[in-house]
Design a protein around this ligand. Structure first.
Ligand SMILES: Cc1ncc(COP(=O)(O)O)c(C=O)c1O
Length: 464
């Protein structure tokens, strides 16, 4: 791996200042200090350039978010018009404004369930915090104050605030942070390739997971469990696609015990999996939903929690006693973010981008499946325009690489050298391009990835 030392950057350069001033989120701080940053300078469509003028094909839609691609003039126009017209307004205490209202109307019309009300946040994390608070508040109001626990997948990712970070079921996000909070539990990871027992069929695997969820709820007491939260396809875990029929079995358990289903569509929402929502691709019947990322194609930060009217009614009734619905943020429904998100959703529809993504997703999945035959790839998996390859030391036995080899980050680095941005997640390499990617660009992406896989195979063969 190329290692540029801290002192190689000229004093006063952005790289040197980065190393001096920033605490980077989700970064190996030691490796970063040794290697230095990559400075993104500009981007257009599905391409991005660093400050040395090197071009990259954006194979990760930023952080799974730049659905419409970079540099969309129409969104720049809408943002600048909204800033000139009404740069800030609020939704507290009965104030409102057009962009937030129209976006809520639009979102409700798009929902794959009977949506009643829309609450705005700024990130997937704070939206999932809101989900937890709403579950607690709602169950208190309907006379079930015991019903407070939440269950999430081991391997699931739901954000990194204190509460959403507790829902997240990946150990590095808990270590030394004193997480998860009590009352937040984790159920089996639905990754058949890694988690199935020897000789277990997909059907037997999903039945076993549903049974263990049932056992967990019974052991905790169904009267204490409020909700189960899941990503239809688990993104940060390495694009884990639960086997066919999995959610049917899970939902039967939840319904039996009166446990609600929070559908976290922060990555899967808005065309990513070949349908408008991951719920449709994976057969989920949500009670409530979280959306973020592609909601604004990441032009501005905005997220939303969508709940049914039946959940809103007790909240409204409680305001009579409490005085207000006492939850919200200064920037809940920020008018510039809402105006941009609304126009983004309109553009996705007007330009047929969901249909385009579904069609190009077939090319993407065909090339992904081909990558699965590479000698360093144990499993290639995905849906629509998201996927991952899991790198293994031995294809037959599924033997993983020695963790010290840093195989995922190595492959990611090789891809960068070839002008492709992908994301190393443990031993997996995730791919999630903007939805506007063309067939030709999908081929370019997998050709570049193929070179990175060849080099990774060579590196591993030589022992790293
Ligand atoms: C499924 C899911 N939920 C929630 C989040 C948290 O979103 P944010 O990083 O905007 O807080 C993410 C982020 O990647 C996510 O993938």
């Amino acid at each position: 791996m190329t290692v540029s030392l801290h002192n190689e950057f000229p004093p006063g350069s952005i790289e040197a200042k980065d190393l001096e001033h920033l605490l980077h989120p989700n970064t190996n701080l030691g490796a970063h200090q040794a290697q230095g940053p990559i400075v993104h300078a500009r981007a257009k469509g599905v391409y991005l350039w660093d400050n040395n003028g090197k071009q990259y094909l954006e194979g990760m839609a930023g952080l799974w978010c730049t659905a419409i691609g970079y540099g969309e003039e129409e969104l720049a126009r809408v943002a600048s018009e909204q800033i000139r017209k009404l740069s800030f307004s609020q939704l507290f205490a009965g104030k409102t404004h057009e962009p937030s209202v129209l976006l809520a109307e639009k979102l409700k019309a798009m929902m794959p369930f009977d949506a009643g009300r829309v609450f705005y946040g700024l990130s997937g994390s704070d939206a999932n915090d809101t989900q937890i608070k709403l579950m607690w508040y709602y169950h208190n109001l309907i006379g079930k104050p015991e019903k407070k626990k939440l269950i999430a997948h081991l391997g699931g990712y739901h954000g990194l605030t204190v509460a959403s970070g507790s829902l997240t079921g990946l150990p590095p996000f808990h270590a030394h942070f004193d997480l998860p909070l009590p009352g937040i539990l984790h159920a089996g990871n639905p990754h058949y390739y890694r988690q199935a027992q020897d000789g277990e069929s997909e059907d037997a695997f999903t039945t076993r997971l549903a049974q263990s969820l049932d056992d967990l709820i019974v052991a905790e007491g169904p009267e204490t469990v409020a909700a189960f939260i899941a990503e239809p396809i688990l993104g940060v875990a390495g694009v884990i696609v639960p086997p066919r029929g999995y959610y049917d079995k899970i939902q039967a358990v939840l319904e039996k015990h009166g446990v609600m289903f929070i559908d976290d569509e922060v990555i899967c929402g808005f065309g990513r999996t070949g349908n408008p929502f991951g719920a449709q691709t994976m057969g989920i019947r949500p009670d409530t939903m979280t959306v973020a990322k592609a909601l604004s194609s990441a032009y501005l930060p905005i997220s939303a929690v969508i709940i049914p009217e039946s959940m809103y009614e007790p909240l409204a009734a409680a305001s009579k006693d409490v005085g207000i619905f006492a939850h919200g943020f200064t920037y809940s429904g920020h008018p510039v973010c809402a105006a941009v998100a609304l126009r983004n959703l309109e553009l996705l529809e007007e330009r047929g981008i969901f249909e385009h993504a579904a069609r190009v997703g077939e090319t993407f999945q065909a090339r992904l499946a081909q990558a699965g035959s590479h000698p360093v790839v144990g499993e290639a998996r995905g849906k629509g325009l998201m996927g991952a390859v899991e790198l293994v030391a031995d294809k037959e036995t599924k033997q993983p690489f020695d963790a010290g080899l840093g195989i995922g980050p190595y492959c990611m680095q090789r891809a960068m050298d070839h002008g492709l941005i992908v994301r190393g997640l443990g031993d997996s390499v995730a791919i999630c391009p903007p939805l506007v990617i063309t067939d030709a660009q999908v081929h370019e992406l997998f050709d570049k990835l193929g070179k990175a896989l060849d080099e990774t195979f060579e590196y591993a063969r030589k022992g790293g």
